[in-house]
Design a protein around this ligand. Structure first.
Ligand SMILES: C[S@@+](CC[C@H](N)C(=O)[O-])C[C@H]1O[C@@H](n2cnc3c(N)ncnc32)[C@H](O)[C@@H]1O
Length: 291
C-alpha cells in the first residue's frame, strides 16, 4: 500500500515555529537581536544598493528594522513591503511603522507562495529571512517571478557554524554534556545556506543569474553590562532563550540544562572584555539578478 501523502502545506513547521513561543521570544528580544545583527544586515544593504523610487520586498522581515532602513533609502517615491509568516513579529513591525510614520506595508504570508503580482519589485532583500524554506529552489523561483525583468536580489545568510562563535562556542562548551549531532545544512534553519555551492545551485536552478557571494565577518557583543558577570548573564539570556542552542537544549532535562548553563557561562565569561562580551560572526552576502 502507498504511504499516506504528506498533506501539510509547505513550511508548516516553520509557520508554527515562528508563531509559537519562539515568535514571542523573538519579540521580547527584538531590540537586542536588531543591535546584534545590524552590521550583517548593513553589509547586505550596501550590496543591494536600494535607490530612490524603487519597489522593494523585505523577505522574512520580522519586526521590520530592515524594512524601515529600506524605506528611508527608496524615499516617498518608492515603496517597501515586508513579508513574514510570524503574526507576532509583524504586529510589532506595524506598531513601529506607525510610530515612525513610515508607509511600509507588512504582509503576513509565506514568501515562497505566489502572494505578489509578477514584476512587482526592483529589489528583493533579506537579513537572515531566506534560510527557512522547505523547498528553497521552488521558493526562490516564486520570488524571482515577483521581480521586474531587470530586478535583483541581495541577502545575508550565516556562513558555517565553524565561523560563527555565537553558535560554536556554547556548543563546544557542552560537548562533554550533550552528544553533538552535525548540523544538517540542507534542512531549514540558520545554516541552511552556509554552503556556497548550495546557494549557487539553488539560485541558479531558480532562474537567477550572476550569483555572487561575498564573505563578511565581524564580531558583535553577545553580552553587554557594567561588569564581566553582567555581560555573561546578558549573553546567557540570549543563548538560552532564542536561536539554535536554545532549540537544542529546550527538550533536554533540567539536570542537563543546569550543567550546560554552568559550562556555557564559564566559557563565555572568558570572552568578556572592557566594552562587552564579544563573539565572532560571519555571513555570506549574496547577490543575483533576474537573469
Ligand atoms: C532569523 S529571523 C530574521 C528576521 C528579520 N529579517 C531580522 O533580521 O530581524 C527569520 C524570519 O524569517 C521569517 N520566515 C521564515 N520562513 C518564512 C517564510 N516562508 N516566509 C516569510 N517569512 C519567513 C520568520 O518568521 C522570521 O521572522
Amino acid at each position: 500500500m502507498e504511504p499516506p501523502a504528506n498533506t501539510s502545506p509547505p513550511n508548516a513547521e516553520q509557520i508554527d515555529y515562528w508563531n509559537g513561543p519562539v515568535g514571542q521570544r523573538w519579540l521580547a528580544y527584538n531590540d537586542w537581536l536588531d543591535e546584534r545583527t545590524a552590521a550583517y544586515g548593513r553589509a547586505a544593504f550596501a550590496a543591494a544598493a536600494p535607490q530612490p523610487g524603487e519597489a522593494v520586498l523585505d523577505i522574512g522581515c520580522g519586526a521590520g528594522a530592515t524594512s524601515f532602513e529600506l524605506a528611508h533609502a527608496v524615499g516617498a517615491g518608492g515603496s517597501v513591503t515586508g513579508v513574514d509568516i510570524s503574526a507576532p513579529l509583524l504586529g510589532r513591525a506595524r506598531e513601529r511603522a506607525a510610530a515612525l510614520g513610515l508607509p511600509v506595508e507588512f504582509r503576513e504570508a509565506d514568501a515562497s507562495r505566489p502572494t505578489f503580482a509578477p514584476h512587482s519589485f526592483d529589489l528583493l532583500y533579506s537579513r537572515f529571512g531566506v534560510m527557512f524554506f522547505d523547498d528553497p529552489t521552488a521558493a526562490f523561483a516564486e520570488l524571482r517571478k515577483t521581480l521586474k525583468p531587470d530586478g535583483r536580489i541581495a541577502f545575508a545568510c550565516w556562513q558555517g557554524p565553524q565561523f560563527n562563535d555565537w553558535y560554536e562556542r556554547p556548543l563546544a562548551a557542552i560537548a562533554h554534556i550533550l552528544e553533538r549531532t552535525p548540523v544538517d545544512t540542507r534542512q531549514p534553519g540558520p545554516f541552511a545556506f552556509s554552503d556556497p555551492d548550495r546557494i549557487r545551485e539553488v539560485l541558479g536552478d531558480a532562474g537567477f543569474a550572476g550569483v555572487e557571494l561575498q564573505p563578511f565577518a565581524t564580531p558583535f557583543y553577545l553580552g553587554r553590562g557594567a561588569t564581566r558577570e553582567a555581560m555573561a548573564d546578558d549573553a546567557m539570556e540570549q543563548v538560552f532563550r532564542v536561536g539554535p542552542i536554545a532549540r537544542l537544549l529546550e527538550p533536554q532535562s533540567e539536570e542537563i540544562n543546569a550543567r550546560a548553563r554552568l559550562a556555557i557561562r564559564a566559557s563565555l565569561l572568558e570572552l568578556a572584555c572592557d566594552d562587552g562580551l564579544e563573539v565572532g560572526g560571519a555571513v555570506w552576502v549574496v547577490t543575483a539578478r533576474t537573469g
